[in-house]
Design a protein around this ligand. Sequence first.
Ligand code: LLP
Length: 421
Amino acid sequence: MHDFQYKNDTLYCEDIAVAKVAEAVGTPFYLYSAATLTRHFTAFDQAFADIPHITCFAAKSCANIAILRLFASLGSGTDIVSGGELFRARTAGVDPGKIVYSGVGKTAAEIRTALESGILMLNVESEQELAVIQEVAAGLGLKAPVSFRVNPDVDPKTHAYISTGLAKNKFGIPIGEALRVYLAASKMANIEIKGVSCHIGSQLTLVSPFVESLAKVKGFIAQLAEQGIAITHLDLGGGLGIRYNAEEPPLPSEYAQAIKQELGGLNCTLILEPGRVLVGNAGALVTKVLYTKEGLKKFIIVDAGMNDLARPSLYDAFHHIQAVERPGREQAVADVVGPICETGDFLARERLMPNVEANELLAVMSAGAYGFSMSSNYNSRPRVAEVLVHGGAFHVIRARETYETLIQGESIPEFLKQQGA
Ligand code: LLP
């Protein structure tokens, strides 16, 4: 359920007409609904209300500080994967005690800043990373709280690019080798073992892979206990899928039920790192039709491209695209394409689309997750604005970039200046 609905054939986000926002901020732009974000977070978090847990929103899915703040105000922590995301979370006011740091390639500088900030734990992904954490923590004279990301070798049955829990993926420590690593860590002076973590992939539409990996991790936790290593936190990552088209992912309540059942009496705080399920359907990318063109095929050329929303080009992902006004008119099959100079620049292919004309607005739905956060400046296109609707008001939470922002930090070296243009 989301708050993008038609009233008299005009698309609204909560109580604001999408066209009104377009008039004020120009196109393209990302539009998010605070009511949807709030409802999604609450539904997810409440599903675990009866057990000790922290919901740590995965910042990578939608990293704007206003969104991080909105979730933090509802009690959320943040799952981060870089120093930049740590900076965002801290700026947004997220409690460092609710920040977990994942990722295979943390630098020593990022590890230092995270430790200085007092985050809940670092999810360690290799023995070499552990050695660096030990060294940095020793330098700071503190004990680094860590959890190890184990790779359970479970097939999440999702797109290959976003599957992470198979032995052949680059993530985590193979579960069969993890005991040795925990034992080594338990002897390190500046390491405090807090937990076990695991994240098997994204956009999962079945509960069974989650349960299968939890069963394996539980077995591993029992092995740890036999060796005298007790953990206080179990991080199950994110990954719950959403409906883009015809998928039927489990509801957060069904996901939580299955997890809690498999968890049994395990006595530790559960960490959850949902991203997409909280923000995916809470956001849309609004774009304007520039031209239409009909030859062998029909093309609807819009002002948003693969640099603004990479998912269709990158994963062949499906996003519903609807006309902001009069959605029910006659339709024809068309490709919806952007202005980027690549054939791979499309938002939809061979799609039944309303017969829209130049200057009309389209809403690319379910674009809240991995939409703006994966956008780029390719083709020297300023990144678009982000707007948050709250009831009958809207707020620009990120201004559209300008041409000046595009070249910020660039310079022409002296020897070239002397050569003239
Ligand atoms: N935790 C970890 C360690 C992760 O790597 C991820 C996502 C999450 C949590 C959040 O997963 P979610 O609940 O959003 O599925 N760009 C791709 C998705 C990449 C996901 C990467 N990791 C896409 O647009 O589909």
